[in-house]
Write a protein that binds this ligand. Structure first.
Ligand code: SAM
Length: 252
């Protein structure tokens, strides 16, 4: 989602806005709930906050403050309508650049379905390391690295064109692809990250993996959503909880 495509942002909001997305509501947020309950007194950063969906969830719990950051003014406008603005601020900024926050400003940083929109991870991870307090946590939910491979194998063995991704479906592809939003003619850039890429960036920025979960769609809460049931044993999303152990020096 580039922030240059108002049509995309409108359609995205129709599909995922106002707590409409079954995956976020029935899989991702229930998985994160145990972490939400530990946010009392914590300062939270939501990277790529979009229309404010995660902020709405966190606001059901106790916390000290929340900051949502996104490059898209359109999304931030929608987010402003969706959330309670007390103790919460929204900042328009590019998360690939130096983040507009002091060192050690946050206790918890979330990036939900953002990583695969970024062409590079190292600088952003260094910035998260900088703005996180010692022992602070970085929570990531992203597309599972094998999803692309699965689509590649589907094309190869059935001869049918995959309709979700446009581009080179190679597992290690580093060129941007297009991810087609369901029900829509519009797309967003998609960057594939393998387990190797993720482990290396975590190590290089001196964070530690505290939890890792390969998320599928087998949750009972998705029983009514037949499209997810049909492929329920496929790992579709990856959840990582990282902890900052050591500060890294870097210049941006
Ligand atoms: C797939 S949406 C997810 C939004 C939200 N986290 C959610 O789960 O609903 C990705 C978000 O990341 C934002 N984004 C992508 N690249 C960005 C960048 N370089 N700087 C700031 N925001 C960015 C997009 O504008 C978009 O809001």
């Amino acid at each position: 989602m580039s922030g240059k495509n108002a049509e995309y942002e409108k359609i995205w909001d129709e599909v995922y806005g106002h707590d409409r997305d079954p995956i976020r509501m029935n899989v991702i947020y229930p998985l994160l709930e145990v972490e939400f309950t530990k946010l009392t007194g914590k300062k939270i950063l939501d990277l790529g906050c979009g229309n404010g969906s995660l902020i709405r969830q966190i606001q059901k719990y106790n916390y000290k403050s929340i900051c949502g950051i996104d490059q898209s003014g359109e999304f931030l406008k929608t987010a402003k309508k969706n959330i309670d603005c007390r103790d919460t601020k929204l900042v328009q900024s590019n998360i690939l650049e130096k983040l507009p926050f002091e060192n050690d400003s946050f206790d918890s940083v979330f990036a939900i379905f953002v990583i695969n929109e970024l062409p590079l991870l190292y600088n952003m991870f260094c910035e998260i390391n900088r703005v996180l307090a010692q022992e602070g946590c970085f929570y990531i939910v992203m597309t599972h690295p094998f999803l692309l491979l699965r689509n590649f194998l589907f094309e190869k063995f059935t001869g049918k064109k995959n309709e979700k991704f446009i581009g080179n479906l190679n597992y290690k592809n580093k060129k941007p692809m297009k991810y087609i939003l369901s029900t829509a003619e519009v797309s967003t850039p998609f960057f594939q990250y393998t387990f190797e890429d993720i482990i290396n960036v975590v190590n290089n920025t001196k964070m530690e993996i505290n939890k890792l979960k390969e998320i599928d769609t087998s949750s009972d809460l998705l029983k009514e959503h037949l499209k997810y049931q049909a492929e329920k044993n496929v790992p579709k999303y990856l959840y990582l909880k990282l902890t900052k152990k050591i500060s890294v020096d870097h210049k941006l």
